[in-house]
Design a protein around this ligand. Structure first.
Ligand code: 13P
Ligand code: SF4
Length: 306
């Protein structure tokens, strides 16, 4: 079966089975094209609790599919590639968080959505990169432990005033590799271009950027800016939407290291197999664990939309 036939079949089965395909902004172009919804982590997490369908095929990494399942436990949720994992999601253990809480009861635990369900279940609230600042500002807690991303924690703590934010030492292996020297070199080569970066990058990189934001915020910024071109400091998958939405502007990837191999594992064939029920991982979560994790996610949505 060639790609065109597969796309046709996917569209047909989607209708028959009332399936919606969710895809994160980092997915391969062929996958983005068959998606019903494409966006950043916050948009997709919130949408999972609102969308009207019987099944979600979540093209992303495992924590994203688990988050969708938590938000809509009555629906079938499938991750097309079983081992599509975000390494950062495992950089802290639930026992470590529980031990910290026991020793520091005055702290609230804020977990980046890039965490396992087990971690969300022992957290007080979740955040994504697009709403971390607003959620933390709206919390009535003074002392906060932010897990696991130290770069995002550092970025947020500079923007939130009057709170004591300490962080775990996790990081995104993709964004953390980028260095400020790469910005200097790119600015020299592409003068007049704006540098747009994700807050999972190091402080030295964020300090040299023109804009810092989530994947969707970067796409949105480029759309509204008058600059002729952009140096993109996040995973290469966002370039598909950027080019499609603003074909007259130019885009360069800030660093060759900005490829998330886990996000790139999902192919059109995997989506086809998931839709036909012949492949992928059907997400199953322990009921009590999922309910505890949902409290943190519901709190995120409540504080973000406050
Ligand atoms: P966004 O929430 O910006 O989509 O980011 C998710 C992610 O995994 C970034 O590496
Ligand atoms: Fe995880 Fe980084 Fe990949 Fe995002 S880009 S999914 S944080 S490894």
């Amino acid at each position: 079966m060639n790609d065109m036939q597969m796309i046709k079949e996917i569209e047909k089965i989607k209708k028959e089975k009332n399936i919606k395909i969710f895809a994160h902004n980092y997915q391969n172009l062929e996958v983005q094209r068959v998606a019903d919804y494409l966006g950043d982590s916050f948009y997709l997490s919130k949408l999972a609790g609102e969308v009207d369908c019987d099944e979600i095929i979540f093209c992303g990494v495992r924590f994203m599919a688990e988050t969708a399942k938590i938000m809509c436990s009555d629906k079938k949720v499938v991750l097309p590639v079983e081992d599509a994992e975000c390494p950062m999601a495992h950089m802290v253990k639930p026992q470590e968080v529980l031990a910290f809480k026991k020793e520091h009861p005055e702290f609230k635990v804020v977990s980046y959505v890039n965490t396992t369900t087990e971690l969300k279940a022992v957290s007080d609230v979740c955040v994504t990169s697009s709403i971390a600042e607003i959620v933390i500002n709206n919390m009535d807690a003074q002392n906060i432990l932010f897990i696991p991303d130290m770069n995002l924690a550092d970025y947020v703590s500079k923007r939130v005033k009057g709170k004591n934010i300490i962080s775990w030492n996790g990081y995104c292996p993709v964004h953390d590799k980028v260095r400020k020297d790469e910005i200097f070199a790119m600015r020299k080569e592409y003068s007049g271009y704006e540098v747009l970066v994700h807050p999972e990058c190091r402080r030295e990189v964020l300090q040299e950027a023109d804009f810092v934001g989530s994947t969707s915020a970067i796409i949105n910024y480029a759309k509204n800016s008058a600059a002729p071109g952009f140096i993109i400091g996040t995973e290469t998958g966002v370039l598909h939407t950027l080019k499609a939405e603003n074909p007259k502007k130019e885009y360069e990837l800030l660093s060759p290291s900005l490829i998330c191999y886990n996000m790139k594992k999902t192919t059109l064939r995997d989506v086809y197999n998931a839709v036909t029920g012949k492949g992928g991982l059907v997400i199953e979560l322990d009921k009590e664990l999922a309910e505890n994790a949902k409290r943190s996610l519901d709190e995120m949505v409540r504080l973000a939309c406050n």
